[in-house]
Design a protein around this ligand. Sequence first.
Ligand SMILES: CC(C)(COP(=O)(O)OP(=O)(O)OC[C@H]1O[C@@H](n2cnc3c(N)ncnc32)[C@H](O)[C@@H]1OP(=O)(O)O)[C@@H](O)C(=O)NCCC(=O)NCCS
Length: 211
Amino acid sequence: MSEDRVWLTNQKGVQIFKLTQNHLKDALALMRDSYYTDEPVSKGLRLQECPGAIDDLEQLTIETFKDGSSLVALYEGKVVGASFNKVQTRSKPGEETYFEHFRDFKCKTDTAKENMNVMIQIDAKIDTFAHYQVDVLLELMFLGVSRQFRGLGVGRLLTEATCLLAKSQQIPLVTAIFSSNFSQAIGKSLQWSELCTIPLKEGEEGKGAKT
Ligand SMILES: CC(C)(COP(=O)(O)OP(=O)(O)OC[C@H]1O[C@@H](n2cnc3c(N)ncnc32)[C@H](O)[C@@H]1OP(=O)(O)O)[C@@H](O)C(=O)NCCC(=O)NCCS
């Protein structure tokens, strides 16, 4: 599949492409300006006060990028949104999950480990692989839209395109932990199934899935 395929576009001229090396630096910068600052779990853990934790999580997004399933939103050639999408495979009994392994072997800071723990604890609430009887899924892991472009449907476009990309890669299921009211609204409007909800005081809000 061509790297410059437009996966989706909207009337305002925002286009969704697969994230390649060409836009990786700008997508990482966008996450630093828009995601780690504003995403509810990141805010709750005060990531901004721990630059090392942001470095750790940035490494997670760089590893995730290498799966070839992440997306970028461009407006007039400028990166205005990104979704880092992790291909997750079912772990064998007793084996660590990808997130557990990253936390234990790659995270240098306690704050990043805490952030990973939130994702790990939500994932442990329901075994999505067993629930849908799949061995592979695409997790919409980190979704960020630049502040100036919010509320214009870019997040929704990235989420819809993630489903199209999964389909094209024969990945039968897309999941996400939607921690923000706005990402939850996207999940609802795209009629994703809600698998569980967790109160914000525990750090996060919901996990959804789209087959
Ligand atoms: C969450 C985020 C990605 C949403 O991106 P976005 O491009 O602004 O979202 P959309 O424009 O597609 O809007 C999605 C929904 O949220 C609503 N929304 C978005 N911004 C809003 C705002 N400022 N006020 C009220 N509603 C808003 C939209 O109306 C839409 O709901 P609807 O379908 O019921 O109309 C973006 O706010 C963001 O980057 N936040 C910081 C990082 C974060 O929290 N990521 C999500 C973690 S899962």
